[in-house]
Ligand binder design. Structure first.
Ligand SMILES: [Zn+2]
Length: 285
């Protein structure tokens, strides 16, 4: 009998116009008037995951879950884990401290439960904004019954990241109890942790090199945790005027991402974050 999947696949389920990079072009007030594109990618992704027998964690934005309970339900019925990506993609330091965060978690939990899906036990903050500055978020997550978090990025970055944080699975203690942290995959290179678990490296690096880097991580004894977004599988999305660097990061390799994921799923067995944590003995199964 095959054991629990060794590696975790996850998607931050949000619309293309909700990413932090495009904030200036799409203020929150405009979101309801921008045509939705999330299904274009989710249709392809759900078909691919089903065909390859892979499971994933879908970190849903509450804003989307409340508008699209059918999509939450569809992912759940296909066997994927439904987790929380917060309410409206706010950075944690822009919320009104623990009370604001608590409220945003509650609304997202309600939207997910209203879709007929169990209350989430996993959380990922918008844009890795759980840093030393917003460490209080762990207390709130434990208080609300979350079992794991995937918001700490052990990288050096101008706006987020905790570079000295354990890049593997670890436990964070709070005054309310403890919670498991499962960061997305990084790869140590030249004294830095490269964020190879994200869509940027996934789309940018040659496929063979990316897979070789992931294989190195597993040889270090760490399960891989990939994080991708539906918009990364939507090559026809409108191109938004932004800085050259942001443009490059956002639009590079969109045409090839689906076939790349297909190639990866051909040889690697992926499950949800929760399944992998259970398999590692980090969570009760
Ligand atoms: Zn996001």
């Amino acid at each position: 009998m095959p054991g629990a999947p060794r590696h975790a696949l996850s998607f931050d389920v949000e619309e293309f116009f909700q990413v932090a990079n495009l904030k200036a072009a799409f203020p929150k007030e405009s979101w309801d008037s921008v045509p939705s594109r999330v299904d274009l990618a989710m249709d392809k992704l759900l078909e691919l995951l089903d065909r390859r027998g892979a499971k994933a964690t879908m970190f849903f934005l509450g804003w989307l879950a409340v508008r699209r309970p059918d999509l939450v339900r569809r992912c759940h019925d296909a066997g994927h884990e439904i987790a929380s990506h917060g309410w409206e993609h706010e950075f944690l330091w822009d919320l009104d401290g623990p009370s604001g965060f608590r409220e945003h978690l509650r609304k997202t939990e309600e939207a997910i439960e209203a879709a007929g899906v169990p209350r989430p036990v996993g959380f990922r903050a918008s844009t890795f904004t759980l840093t030393r500055e917003t460490w209080w978020a762990f207390d709130v997550l434990v208080e609300r019954g979350y079992l794991y978090d995937s918001s700490v990025h052990p990288v050096r970055h101008p706006t987020y990241g905790v570079p000295d944080f354990d890049p593997g699975i670890s436990t964070v203690s709070t005054g309310n109890g403890s919670i498991v942290e499962f960061p997305v995959t990084t790869f140590p290179f030249a004294g830095k942790n490269l964020p190879i678990g994200g869509g940027g490296y996934f789309r940018l690096l040659p496929g063979a090199l990316h897979r070789a880097a992931l294989a190195r991580v597993t040889r270090m004894g760490r399960p891989v945790a990939l994080y991708l977004h539906p918009w990364e599988f939507d090559p026809d999305q409108p191109r938004i005027a932004t800085s050259a660097l942001k443009k490059f990061r956002h639009y590079v390799g969109l045409e090839k991402s689906l076939s790349r994921l297909d190639r990866l799923l051909e040889t690697w067995t992926f499950g949800s974050m929760r399944e992998v944590l259970e398999g590692e003995g980090a969570l009760p199964s």
